[in-house]
Design a protein around this ligand. Sequence first.
Ligand code: HEM
Length: 97
Amino acid sequence: MIAAGERATLMWASANRDEAVFGGADELHLDRDPAQNLLYGRGIYVCPGARLARLELSVLVEELLKRTDKIALAPGPQPTIAVYPASGFSDLPMLIL
Ligand code: HEM
């Protein structure tokens, strides 16, 4: 319970891995409901740059897929999960061919 006046930090990355909403958080499921995702925040804490970020990411992925035949994990060192407040990976060796 959070008492009135206490400070709290919302862990956006953790909320996006809530098993009750997103089963198999480490798996890629293209059919997930994007409306459930809290990546860009929610309500008064929503990111004002979300549209630009989505556009940039979609152009990046389109152009990358046009120019590549294969994207895979590189053999050898395993990816390293980033530590809060960062999210994703701090190290992700990839083969982009
Ligand atoms: C993948 C890219 C991005 C992600 C995941 C992201 C995510 C977020 C999140 C979750 C917040 C709310 C933080 C909070 O209040 O707890 C936020 C705030 C903010 N974002 Fe982004 N963002 C991204 C890209 C951008 C871009 C491209 C811009 C501007 C060009 C931007 C500008 C801002 C600003 C100015 C705020 C603060 C808004 C405020 O406090 O009123 N963001 N972002």
